[in-house]
Ligand binder design. Structure first.
Ligand code: BGC
Length: 710
C-alpha cells in the first residue's frame, strides 16, 4: 500500500461502482456527497445530503432527502457523449485525499471516432464554509481538433430509493453565469441552491423545468485545454445562499486548512502496518466529515452522509460506537450529537407515555426529532413480511445515550453540558428505568420482554447487556443527580429518589455462572447449540442461512452482546472474565451485524490477546474497505468506523481515564512497533506513542495545547 492518507483506485469495476461511491464520499459536517461520476454511470446512486434535512412522505417514515444535484456534468466530444460505461477509459485513476478532503479523478478517454482527451475532475465540500460545494473540470485535447460541449446546472429531478423528495421546484437565472433553485417537499421541507459556473465564456441555458443547465461549446486544438469551475451553495429554506468570488484553489486551500486543524487531534500512525494505518485514517476521515458539526436537527446517522442506508436514522451506533472516539479527538462533534439527543427528549417522553411509563424512552431509530421512527415491518430475503420490534423493546438505547453523555463529561470536564443538558438526559432516562423495572418477591429486579444487541432473540427476559447498562445508568443518575434535587423534582422524581435508584441498580446485577460466563438472557444456556463452522464459507448472516425461527431456538447470537457489556463497563474489565466470555461467545457469534467485530477486537485486547484483537480488527476493516458484508453500497458503516478507532485507542493502546487523567495499557500486536495517536482531554491536546509493554504516558510529550475541548 502506498500513501496511507489516500484512498485510490486505478480502474473502473462496473459491478463495484455503487460500493465505491460510498467509499469515495466526501462530507464536511453539514453536507455529504457520494463519490459518483460527474458524467453519470449505469446504476450509480448520486446523492448529496444535508444534515437534518429530512423529508417525510405521507404515510411513510422520514428519510434524508437528496439535494438538487450539483455534481452532474454532461460533456460531449464532437457530439459523442463522454461516459465510462459507454467506452472504457484508456487510463483512469481516482484519489480521495483524507488530509484535504479533495476527490480527484483523472481519465484518458477516446469516444467512438473522436480524438484522445484527458479529463480531470476535482471536487470538495468546504470544511471552511459548510454550505459550499466546489468542482473543477479540466478537459485537454491530446491528439485532435475537437469541439467540446459542456452542460452543468442543478438537478431537482433527483430521486432515491424512497422516491422523489421535491414536489415543487422553481429556478431562475439571476445572472448569465448563475442558477438558483428552490426545492420544496410536500411536508414543507425546503432548500435553496445557487451555482455559478466560470471558465467557459458566454453560456446558454437549457430550460428544463427541474434540471436547468448552463451550456457552452468550445473548440480545442491538440494540446489545448478548458477549465470549468463551478461553486454550488446550499441553504435550508427560501433564501438564496452566497457564492464565493474565488476560484477552486482558494476554496480548496481554506477547506484544507480546516481539515489540518481536525487532523491535529485525530492523528494516528501505525509504523510498519500501512494497512491498519490506512484503515484508521479512512475511518477518522469519514467520522469527522459525517458527524454533524452543529445543532442542525441531526445526530450521527448509521451510514454517515454516504448513502441511503437506514434512511440516515440515528441508532445506538452513534452513541456507543462513534461518540466515544469523537469525544476523545473532536469533542465539539461529540457535543453536537449530544445536543441532538437532548433536543430529542420531548420525543423520548412521548414514547415513554405511549407505553404507559414515565421519563425518557429514547427512540431506537430517530430522525429530525426524538420521536420513534423504526419501521414496524420489514422483509426477509425470501420476501416474507416480518414485524420489526426493535422500536418497541430494544430498550438498552436509553442507557447507551446516558453512557455517551457520561463518557463525554468525564473526558472533557464540560460542566456546562452537565448543568444544561447532560444531567437532565441522564436523570430522565433513569426515571424511565424506574418505571420499567419489575421487582420479584425475592427483591430481584427484572427487565422482561426486551431485545438486546443480539436481535436474533426477540422478546427475552433479563438480557445481560440491557440489565448491566440499566444498572450502570441508575447508578450514574445518582452520581450526576447529587445536589440537583430541583431538577429531579421537575422531572417527577420523588424525595428519596436517589436511594431508590441505587436499590434498583443493585437489584439488576447479574452474577456470572460458575465458569465466569454470563448468560446472555434468561434461558439462553438451554437453547440449541449450533456448529456455525458447518456453514462456512459464507458471506450471508446466519438469519439468511437458517431463518428467524431456527435462530430463535439456537444459541447463535447476532453480535457482541455480553461482550459489549464487558467492554463498556470499567468495573467489568477483568482480563480473565473477558477471556472466559470471549471463549464461550465467539463460537456462538455470527458477527451478522457490522457492529460486532470491532467490539470483539476491543474485548480481545482487554483480555490480553492482541493477536486475536488484530484478526478481529482486520475483519472489521474489511466490512467497508472490501465490502465483505456486501452492503456498503448503501453507505459506509458509521459504527464499524467508530469501532475500529476504538479498537485502536481503547483496545491496542489501552487508552482510558485513571485517577490522574488519561493513561494507557498498550497491548500491541506482535508486528506493531508502536501506535502513535493524538487525543484531547479536558481541552488539552496530547500526542502519545504507545509501545508494547510500557504505558504511553510521557513517552512523547504533548505537543501543544488545543482549544478543542468542551
Ligand atoms: C444492528 C443494530 C444496529 C443497526 C444499525 C442492525 O443490524 O443489529 O445493532 O444498530 O443495524 O446499524
Amino acid at each position: 500500500m502506498s500513501d496511507t492518507w489516500l484512498l485510490t483506485e486505478d480502474r473502473v469495476w462496473p459491478e463495484r461502482v455503487p460500493w465505491k461511491e460510498s467509499l469515495f464520499s466526501i462530507a464536511n459536517g453539514h453536507l455529504g456527497t457520494r463519490g459518483t461520476f460527474e458524467e453519470g454511470y449505469g446504476d450509480s446512486v448520486p446523492a448529496t445530503f444535508m444534515h437534518g434535512l429530512f423529508v417525510t412522505p405521507a404515510g411513510d417514515l422520514p428519510y434524508l432527502a437528496p439535494l438538487p444535484d450539483w455534481t452532474g456534468v454532461i460533456i460531449t466530444v464532437d457530439g459523442v457523449r463522454f461516459g465510462l460505461d459507454e467506452r472504457l477509459p484508456a487510463g483512469y485513476e481516482r484519489t480521495l485525499d483524507f488530509r484535504t478532503g479533495v476527490l480527484t479523478r483523472r481519465v484518458l478517454w477516446r469516444g467512438t471516432g473522436t480524438g484522445l482527451l484527458r479529463v480531470e475532475f476535482l471536487r470538495l465540500l468546504s470544511m471552511a464554509d459548510p454550505g459550499l460545494a466546489s468542482l473543477e473540470v479540466t478537459v485537454t485535447s491530446l491528439t485532435d481538433d475537437v469541439q467540446i460541449g459542456i452542460e452543468t446546472g442543478l438537478d431537482g429531478s433527483i430521486t432515491g430509493p424512497f422516491g422523489a423528495p421535491w414536489s415543487r421546484v422553481d429556478w431562475k437565472r439571476p445572472k448569465q453565469d448563475r442558477l438558483t433553485m428552490r426545492a420544496q417537499s410536500d411536508d414543507g421541507a425546503s432548500v435553496t441552491a445557487s451555482c455559478v459556473v466560470r471558465g467557459l465564456g458566454p453560456m446558454g441555458v437549457i430550460h428544463h423545468a427541474r434540471h436547468p443547465r448552463l451550456t457552452a461549446t468550445l473548440d480545442l486544438a491538440p494540446g489545448e485545454w478548458l477549465r470549468m469551475v463551478k461553486h454550488t451553495a446550499y441553504r435550508r429554506g427560501a433564501d438564496a445562499p452566497e457564492l464565493p468570488d474565488t476560484g477552486f484553489e482558494e476554496v480548496a486551500a481554506a477547506s484544507s486548512s480546516e481539515w489540518s486543524r481536525r487532523w491535529e487531534t485525530s492523528h494516528i500512525e501505525v509504523p510498519g502496518d500501512p494497512f491498519a494505518e490506512h484503515a484508521l485514517r479512512f475511518a477518522a476521515f469519514h467520522l469527522i466529515g459525517g458527524a454533524p458539526r452543529n445543532g442542525e436537527g441531526a445526530g450521527v446517522g448509521a451510514r454517515l452522509l454516504t448513502g441511503y442506508g437506514y434512511r440516515h436514522h440515528v441508532f445506538w451506533d452513534a452513541d456507543i460506537f462513534c461518540v466515544p472516539y469523537l469525544t476523545m479527538t473532536q469533542p465539539d462533534l461529540a457535543r453536537a450529537h449530544l445536543g441532538y439527543r437532548h433536543r430529542g427528549l420531548p420525543g423520548a417522553r412521548r414514547k415513554a407515555a405511549q407505553y404507559g411509563r414515565v421519563g425518557a424512552f429514547c427512540a431506537w431509530e430517530s430522525a429530525g426529532t426524538g420521536d420513534e421512527v423504526t419501521p414496524d415491518w420489514g422483509e426477509t430475503p425470501d420476501g416474507e413480511r416480518i414485524r420489526i420490534r426493535t422500536g418497541e423493546i430494544e430498550e438498552h438505547i436509553v442507557a447507551d445515550v446516558a453512557w455517551a453523555a457520561d463518557h463525554y463529561h468525564r473526558w472533557t470536564g464540560d460542566r456546562a453540558f452537565l448543568d444544561t443538558e447532560g444531567a437532565e438526559m441522564i436523570l430522565d432516562g433513569a426515571r424511565y428505568w424506574q418505571s420499567r423495572i419489575e421487582m420479584d418477591p425475592e427483591g430481584r429486579g427484572h427487565l422482561r420482554h426486551v431485545i438486546g444487541p443480539d436481535e436474533y432473540h426477540v422478546d427475552v427476559d433479563d438480557n445481560f447487556f440491557t440489565n448491566v447498562m440499566a444498572a450502570w445508568h441508575l447508578a450514574a443518575a445518582v452520581r450526576h443527580g447529587a445536589g440537583r434535587d430541583d431538577l429531579a423534582g421537575r422531572l417527577g422524581l420523588e424525595p428519596g429518589w436517589s436511594q431508590e435508584l441505587e436499590n434498583l441498580a443493585r437489584s439488576l446485577r447479574p452474577m456470572p455462572g460458575p465458569n465466569g460466563v454470563f448468560e446472555q438472557h434468561d434461558g439462553y444456556f438451554a437453547l440449541d447449540q449450533v456448529e456455525m463452522s458447518r456453514f462456512e464459507p459464507r458471506a450471508a448472516p446466519m438469519h439468511y442461512v437458517l431463518g428467524e425461527k431456527v435462530l430463535e431456538r439456537s444459541q447463535i447470537t447476532k453480535q457482541a452482546d455480553v461482550i459489549m457489556g464487558l467492554v463498556l463497563l470499567d468495573d467489568l474489565h477483568d482480563p480473565d472474565l473477558i477471556g472466559a466470555n470471549l471463549d464461550f461467545y465467539e463460537p456462538r457469534t455470527d458477527h451478522g451485524s457490522s457492529l460486532s467485530l470491532a467490539m470483539h477486537s476491543v474485548a480481545a485486547s482487554l483480555a490480553g490477546r492482541p493477536e486475536d484483537a488484530y484478526e478481529y480488527f482486520r475483519r472489521a476493516a474489511a466490512i467497508d474497505l472490501e465490502d465483505s458484508m456486501l452492503n456498503s453500497n448503501h453507505g459506509v458503516h458509521a459504527a464499524t468506523q467508530g469501532g475500529l478507532l476504538q479498537a485502536a485507542l481503547v483496545g491496542f493502546a489501552g487508552l482510558g481515564l485513571g485517577p490522574g487523567g488519561p493513561e494507557t495499557r498498550p497491548r500491541l500486536p506482535e508486528h506493531w512497533e508502536a501506535l502513535g495517536f493524538s487525543f484531547v482531554h479536558g481541552g488539552t491536546r496530547h500526542e502519545w506513542e504507545a509501545r508494547a509493554g510500557k504505558p504511553a504516558r510521557g513517552d512523547k510529550a504533548p505537543r501543544a495545547d488545543h482549544d478543542g475541548g468542551g
